[in-house]
Ligand binder design. Structure first.
Ligand SMILES: Nc1ncnc2c1ncn2[C@@H]1O[C@H](COP(=O)(O)OP(=O)(O)OP(=O)(O)O)[C@@H](O)[C@H]1O
Ligand SMILES: [Mg+2]
Length: 251
């Protein structure tokens, strides 16, 4: 059997060439990293949960007309996506202060922000993904003004959708990060939500207790990461309500 071609191996996923041109297979690994990969571990079951959760969010977004790279899930750890040219930015949307914003501006974690704040970081691990402004983005040609208008509008639509979905299951969406890709249909370029949406890339707090249900559990050693991600998946109906010890997932 021919071995498929690996395109890229990142910290959390492996990309393989897909079956048709313009497609990619995303394989979700169990590896967890934080603080620019200074902290590392293998968390059994994380990849399966993130594959299912990202599928759930991407499908929900397409249902409300937000374009994404998602085509279909292939199996427990893999999904087929459209191959895109990733805009080299981490697009962060914040509803409540936390993490680096709290540190930078001295605002207590959990403080509600006056309105959603969108930030951009330049995707460069060697530099530690530094915060940049639209001035940098335009001057260095990472994205055009038209792209940035579309990026902002996508980011805010994703925020509305995700906040609502989470609120309905008793979870506060503190902040999240997305990546945006360009796809070409003939001569036309359009932007789609790419990469993944999962508790690895969101901050999610239980509304009642404030319990962290996201990657901060790993960053801050707050207990079992798979318990936290399984809890999110169960509340969203992605996992059966009765809690299996290992993520035996429904199809
Ligand atoms: N649809 C897509 N087409 C092409 N590349 C994609 C697509 N979706 C995600 N990617 C890229 O695939 C990689 C996913 O791997 P992973 O998340 O493990 O990377 P990473 O270690 O976080 O590195 P990076 O700093 O590049 O994000 C990322 O580089 C991401 O930008
Ligand atoms: Mg990544």
């Amino acid at each position: 059997m021919a071995r498929r071609k690996k395109i890229y191996e990142g910290k959390a996923k492996i990309l393989y060439e897909g079956p048709e041109p313009g497609t990619i297979v995303q394989y979700f690994k169990d590896d967890a990293t934080a603080f620019n990969a200074q902290k590392k571990d293998v968390i059994e079951g994380k990849g399966v949960l993130n594959n299912r959760l990202s599928e759930f969010f991407m499908l929900g977004l397409s249902q409300i007309g937000v374009p994404t790279h998602f085509i279909r899930r292939l199996n427990m750890r893999e999904q087929l996506v459209r191959s895109c040219e990733i805009i080299p930015l981490e697009v962060i949307v914040r509803n409540f202060a936390a993490g680096s914003l709290s540190k930078r501006l001295g605002i207590e974690e959990g403080t509600q922000l006056p309105r959603p704040i969108v930030e951009y970081c330049y995707k460069d691990d060697a530099l530690g993904d530094p915060l940049v402004t639209e001035e940098h983005i335009a001057a260095f040609g990472w994205a055009s003004q038209q792209d940035m208008d579309d990026v902002l509008s996508l980011a805010l639509r994703v925020n509305d959708f995700l906040s609502g979905v989470m609120l309905a299951v008793g979870i506060k969406l503190i902040d999240f990060k997305i990546e945006i890709g360009r796809v070409y249909d003939g001569d036309f370029q359009r932007l789609v939500v790419a990469d993944e949406i999962s508790p690895d890339s969101c901050r999610l707090w239980d509304i009642e207790t404030g319990r962290h249900l996201d990657k901060d559990v790993f960053r801050r050693d707050l207990g079992s990461l798979t318990d936290a991600y399984s809890e999110v998946a169960r509340r969203l109906g992605v996992l059966p309500q009765t809690a299996p010890t290992k993520p035996t997932l429904i199809n």
